[in-house]
Design a protein around this ligand. Sequence first.
Ligand SMILES: Cc1cc2nc3c(=O)[nH]c(=O)nc-3n(C[C@H](O)[C@H](O)[C@H](O)COP(=O)(O)O)c2cc1C
Length: 448
Amino acid sequence: MFSPTSSAILLYPAAIEKAIFRTSESNKHKQTKNMSEQAQIVRKDILPQPENPLVPLQRVNVTGQAVETESSEQNKPNLFSPKTIRGVTFKNRIGVSPMCQYSSFDGFASDFHLTHLGSFAFHGSGLVIMEATAVAPQGRISPQDNGIWKDEHIPNLKRITEVIKFAGAVPGIQIAHAGRKASTYALFHPKVDEPAPVEEGGWDDILAPSAIPFKEGARVPKEITVEEIKQTTQQFVDAAIRANKAGFQVVELHFAHGYLASSFLSPHTNRRTDNYGGSFENRIRFALETAEAVRKVWPQEYPLFVRISAADYIDPVHADNGQWTVHDSVELAKRLKAVGVDVIDCSSGGNSPFYKTPARGEGYQIPLAEQVKAEAEIDTAGVGSIYTPSYANSIVQEGKVDFVLLGRQLLDEPSWPTRAGDELGYSVSRLDQYKYGKYKKVPLFRTD
Ligand SMILES: Cc1cc2nc3c(=O)[nH]c(=O)nc-3n(C[C@H](O)[C@H](O)[C@H](O)COP(=O)(O)O)c2cc1C
């Protein structure tokens, strides 16, 4: 588990060394300070000024760009065909699905993120979407979530986007508000999903369309007021402006998995009687207004993605007030398209602990993306248990999706795109620094 102190140490090791030194110096005079007071001194000392001891990328004397020149263009598998949306060209259709890493402190991205996300770009993914990044501190899933609610977050994020672009990939960021699922322990804490107590960095004032907890034992959210709805939309807008300043070229709005926007969409979680609840038109209002407002500030040359839970898939026994279906998703996608959204990223579930998917196995959510693409006539990203290169290629080739997002497979194997190319008979160009990896089956030193 990432304690705030240990995450701080990971954030800025050089700074902390100095801070610890200073702390121990001052302790010569103030032996009475207890451990938590010392920790406060260390954290206050390091957070505002991350140090940058690494050589800036601009000084690295190589091309750095992964240019696909080494394989026959005619035989290029669809998975590796480029795609242009607005002013951005993705070199292939492989994207890193956003994945929370619970490795931030006070919302600040850390050196963990730089290495983690940079690695995917170095190994061939065309699109790297940074994890759910909170538009407000209250909208974090856990105290360790990444954030973009203040300008001070921008420099760390910018370092990350520069590395991703250096490797020829497109940097994206998912911006999010966790709604009633905020303020829980992080994924790798033994008490995952349980409310994080205030003394461990949690907070009690969580928001939702209706005052219904996610599950038994979860915090009861406060019913969000119309004024707070408008403020939240503005927080998404401000986050998008910061994302642009940080160098991202794709923003994905997180409207899935039972978080704030998702719980507005579903009749299961939205029991409001005002303009933001009841009818389909009312339930989609927050999502639509937010997408429209973000589109106005997000540069016209950059694509806007929206991730939805394309179906709630709640066990009907537990869905007495109805649930969100793929037909609703098609209607929503048409309206999102009309306000300038470019891609619908189709996930599912998260709105209830009683999730019951009709499908299992590789690509279990792809039928949702396929239907949204066909009926709303909009580009889609497909995600969920995709790991076989031939399968990933086939869903692009057959026009079911435009992007294939991988999560856990890439965590396990960041170089999956290179292996996928090999298996599909296509030689993916490596970064200059990694070119020798390609010739691993011949002796390094030849004598003939
Ligand atoms: C560690 C982890 C963190 C995740 N965090 C997010 C997130 O921040 N935003 C999101 O929309 N989905 C999140 N997801 C879901 C993934 O993006 C993805 O949709 C899901 O894992 C299914 O894809 P996969 O089978 O390729 O892993 C997360 C999944 C994992 C495993």
